[in-house]
Design a protein around this ligand. Structure first.
Ligand code: ADP
Ligand code: MG
Length: 230
């Protein structure tokens, strides 16, 4: 029901893109997201950062900036003492990129341990012919270059979702190749299914990407999500 509320409020505001509220949608469907918050002043950013163990990640939040890292809008490994500067710098970069950009604030997030994890992508595109096409692949900022992905029409069964995790070229990376730890494959499988359920429940969702879904040895975390509704 929370999910319905979020999508209805987007519709009322006449928007088609959903950024951070999409994180709440994932939450409503039991998909884990990193600890954190969106704030619009540096003092609050520091408060959020202080509540999080260790360094944080800070990201610009703007419906006008789709690929945040392309404009230097993602800072990883920010220490508490650098939070103020990082906040101002993110806002400056966004304004330099597009002076009239609608800047909603800055997201302060728990750091996810990428050294022991694999960045994957789970997404959906509504195809006029086939319907909702679920996608799984290797994620991160190189996803377009690597194009290591596989597809199924939603709703996907558990065995279909499990098959998807086996089909990509990078499948061995998920299963402990080269001395890496094996990541939580069941967690990925479950996430694909939960997302498949979400897009089945809400036909208004035209497009959705979790990129990256970081797969860790003991779970998965949806670090970044983008969504388009009609
Ligand atoms: P965008 O895709 O808009 O550039 P992301 O939020 O996906 O922004 O961040 C880009 C990259 O930064 C991610 O692919 C990941 O490598 C890294 N990153 C983002 N958030 C975190 C996080 N919470 N912990 C660790 N690394 C992160
Ligand atoms: Mg991303």
């Amino acid at each position: 029901e929370r999910a319905r509320e979020i999508l209805e409020s987007v519709k009322e505001r006449d928007e088609t893109r959903l950024g951070v509220e999409a994180m709440e949608l994932l939450d409503a469907y039991g998909i884990e997201t990193p600890q954190g918050a969106i704030i619009d002043d540096p003092a609050e950013a520091l408060e959020v950062a202080e509540d999080i163990d260790g360094d944080v990640v800070m990201k610009i939040v703007s419906p006008d900036i789709l690929h945040k890292s392309d404009i230097g809008g993602v800072k990883v490994g920010v220490e508490n003492e650098d939070v103020y500067d990082a906040y101002e710098d993110l806002i400056t970069r966004a304004k330099n990129y597009q002076p009239d950009a609608n800047i909603l604030g800055v997201q302060v997030q728990e750091m996810v341990d990428l050294d022991n994890g694999v960045e994957t992508i789970v997404g959906m595109n509504r195809d006029p012919q086939f319907g909702p096409l679920m996608m799984f692949g290797l994620g991160g900022i190189f996803v377009e270059i690597l194009e290591d992905t596989t597809f199924r029409v939603a709703p996907v069964s558990e065995s279909e979702a499990a098959d998807m995790t086996k089909e990509i070229d990078a499948a061995p990376m998920l299963r402990g190749a080269r001395g890496n730890e094996t990541v939580d494959i069941d967690g990925i499988t479950e996430t694909i299914q939960r997302l498949s359920q979400l897009v089945t429940d809400f036909p208004a969702i035209l497009e959705l990407d979790i990129n990256p879904l970081v797969a860790l040895p003991d779970g998965v975390k949806a670090v970044d999500v983008r969504l388009t509704v009609d």
